[in-house]
Structure formats: structure tokens, C-alpha cells
Design a protein around this ligand. Structure first.
Ligand code: C5P
Length: 319
């Protein structure tokens, strides 16, 4: 049964949550708590997971892609460790409610892809359950619960374009004029976020001259985003984690080159990778770059997406 028909029968709630990329990711030194201080610019893109929640006798979670559970969804735990289940428990505890619900996720965001796919599902569960339970809960409370679940979860709730500091969970909206058009190259194998951060620490320790803990500021990018010209934004894309992702998956160098050869203005590994995001000058250009990149055979799949888009948003039941 589709989530839409479910919602009519049982009062289920479906929330649509976007993927994110980092247009800038500055990583500071390793902190005592195992995290790194970040200065990052997030942008939410039009690639979505749908999270549907309904009352149930037990807490369950399912995950599907259109056409069945894909290879990469096999690695996602469907037990207490699932981030959406943890979100349901955290919200239930916070408001003193029995968190027994079914959670059904339609996954389009790549798993372990550096696009906050797990965080999107946690954000979706929080927002969907707040609606299902008709909670009188503030945005600030949701964002605080979100931060407790993962560094990227608050941004998945909020969406748009934002400056993230701290672990990435402290957000300030950033003005981004117009729409940016991206091509995403999804890799065959995922990358584990903690492993990529650890690889950066290792590179910095061994080759301090090359990989300084500079954590540069994104001021020029913030200005370019306000201007809205992709030609000015492209050269300012920056990711401190990129050398670590390339060290763990050297084939990504070829992907990045192929995107530029296909006509993109600029390309970058998204977050901890391995998804690569390419900025294009417009929607038509993005379609042409995507077609060319697909032909190059460097990615599992290639798709276009636009940003910024809103964060976790309830879908009308009839959709
Ligand atoms: O916050 P989240 O659970 O998504 O982070 C996953 C892992 O990524 C952390 O355990 C840590 O190893 C790494 N991380 C980090 N610094 C951050 C965010 C994440 O080192 N600011």
C-alpha cells in the first residue's frame, strides 16, 4: 500500500526531507569529545526521502526505493540503531509519549553518500511525529532534539542555505539569490563519516604542511551566494574533507575531472563523500552535463538537483 493511501485510512503523516551538500566545509582540529569544530555552508537540494509515520502496536521501520530495497539500503540498520527510530524515542521521551509507531522510509538520498541521508530520516521522523501527535512544540525544541541525534539533523529540519558552526548543528540562514543547478554523481561504494574525519586527522598529523588545520572562513562564498551568479560561486566551493575522501577512494579524482570535462563550472566532494556535486550555469546545462557524465561511466548513477529547497515539510495526504 502506498504511503498516500495509508495516510487516508489511518491518519498517517508523510514528511518530505531534502538531501544536503556542503558548498564550504572548513574542519578545525579534533576536539576532546571526538568531534571537529566546523564552519560550513549547507545547501538543501531537490533530492528527497519521504518519511511516513503512523500509530502502531510496535515500533517498526521499513526502507524502500521505488522498485525495491536497493543495494545500498541493505546496510542501513532496521532496529533500535536506525536514526529515525532513535528520533521517535527521543521525541517520545521529551514529551512523555509512548513512541510506538511505524516508520516507513522511501529512500532516494544515497546511503553513506555525504548527503545527510540518515540525518534526513531522523529529521523527517521528528517533524512527522510532532504532526501525528499534534504536539505543541516549538521549532527551537525540535532543533535541540535534532542536534542530539546528529550534527546534520538540525539542517535537515531547517533546509535552505545556512551557515553551520560548532559540530555543524548551530545554524544561521544565508541569503542565496536565485536557484543553483547541480549534477550529482553517486558512487558505487559509500564512505563512513567517522572514517573520513579520522583520515583527515591522520593526513594532518603525517603531512602537516599540506593539510593544515586552517578551517578557513567562507566570507567570499557568502557574498557570492548573495549575488547568485554560479560563475562566481563555482571557484569558491571548498571542502577540507575532500583530500581525506580522495585518499580513501582515489577513483573520485576521475569523477571530479569527468564532471569538469563534461562542462560543469566547478565540482566538489559533498561532505564526507563519496557523492560528487557539480555546479552548472543553468538547468539545461545541468541536464547536458548529467548526460555526458553518465556516459563517462565514473558513477553508479547521475542525477540533477536544484537548491536551495525547504527543509523537512509535511506532504498533503492526497499527494
Ligand atoms: O554527529 P554525527 O553522529 O553525524 O557524526 C558522525 C561522526 O562524524 C562523529 O562520530 C565524528 O566521528 C564525525 N564528526 C566530526 N566532527 C563533526 C561532525 C561529525 O568529527 N563536526
Amino acid at each position: 500500500m502506498s504511503p498516500a493511501s495509508l495516510s487516508v485510512i489511518s491518519g498517517a503523516v508523510t514528511v518530505r526531507v531534502p538531501a544536503k551538500i556542503n558548498l564550504h566545509l572548513g574542519v578545525g582540529p579534533l576536539r576532546d569529545d571526538g568531534y571537529h569544530d566546523l564552519v560550513t555552508i549547507f545547501q538543501a537540494l531537490s533530492l528527497y526521502d519521504d518519511v511516513t509515520v503512523a500509530r502502531s502496536a510496535a515500533t517498526t521501520v521499513t526502507m524502500s526505493r521505488s522498485g525495491g530495497r536497493g543495494a545500498d539500503t541493505e546496510s542501513v540498520p532496521l532496529d533500535e540503531n536506525n536514526l529515525a527510530v532513535r528520533a521517535a524515542r527521543a521525541l517520545g521521551e521529551h514529551v512523555g509519549r509512548d513512541p510506538r509507531v511505524s516508520i516507513d522510509i522511501v529512500k532516494r538520498i544515497p546511503v553513506a553518500g555525504g548527503m545527510a541521508g540518515g540525518s534526513a530520516d531522523a529529521a523527517g521522523a521528528l517533524v512527522a511525529l510532532a504532526a501525528l501527535w499534534k504536539l505543541d512544540i516549538s521549532r527551537a525544541e525540535i532543533l535541540e532534539l535534532a542536534a542530539g541525534l546528529g550534527s546534520d539533523v538540525p539542517f535537515s529540519v531547517q533546509g535552505g542555505t545556512a551557515l553551520g558552526t560548532g559540530r555543524g548543528e548551530q545554524l544561521m540562514p544565508v541569503l542565496a539569490r536565485g536557484e543553483l543547478h547541480w549534477v550529482l554523481a553517486l558512487a558505487r561504494e559509500g564512505l563512513s563519516t567517522p572514517k573520513v574525519f579520522a583520515e583527515l586527522d591522520r593526513l594532518r598529523e603525517n603531512r602537516a604542511d599540506e593539510y593544515s588545520g586552517a578551517n578557513p572562513r567562507p566570507d567570499a562564498l557568502v557574498q557570492a551566494l548573495a549575488g547568485g551568479r554560479p560563475q562566481e560561486i563555482a571557484p569558491l566551493l571548498h571542502n577540507d574533507l575532500q583530500p581525506a575522501a580522495l585518499s580513501l577512494q582515489p577513483a573520485l579524482r576521475r569523477t571530479l575531472r569527468a564532471g569538469i570535462d563534461a562542462g560543469a563550472l566547478g565540482g566538489i566532494v559533498s561532505g564526507s563523500g563519496p557523492t560528487c556535486a557539480f555546479l552548472c550555469s543553468g538547468a539545461e546545462d545541468a541536464v547536458a552535463v548529467a548526460a555526458e557524465l553518465s556516459g563517462a561511466g565514473v558513477a553508479r548513477s547521475v542525477r540533477t538537483a536544484a537548491g536551495p529547497v525547504p527543509g523537512a515539510t509535511r506532504k498533503p495526504p492526497e499527494e
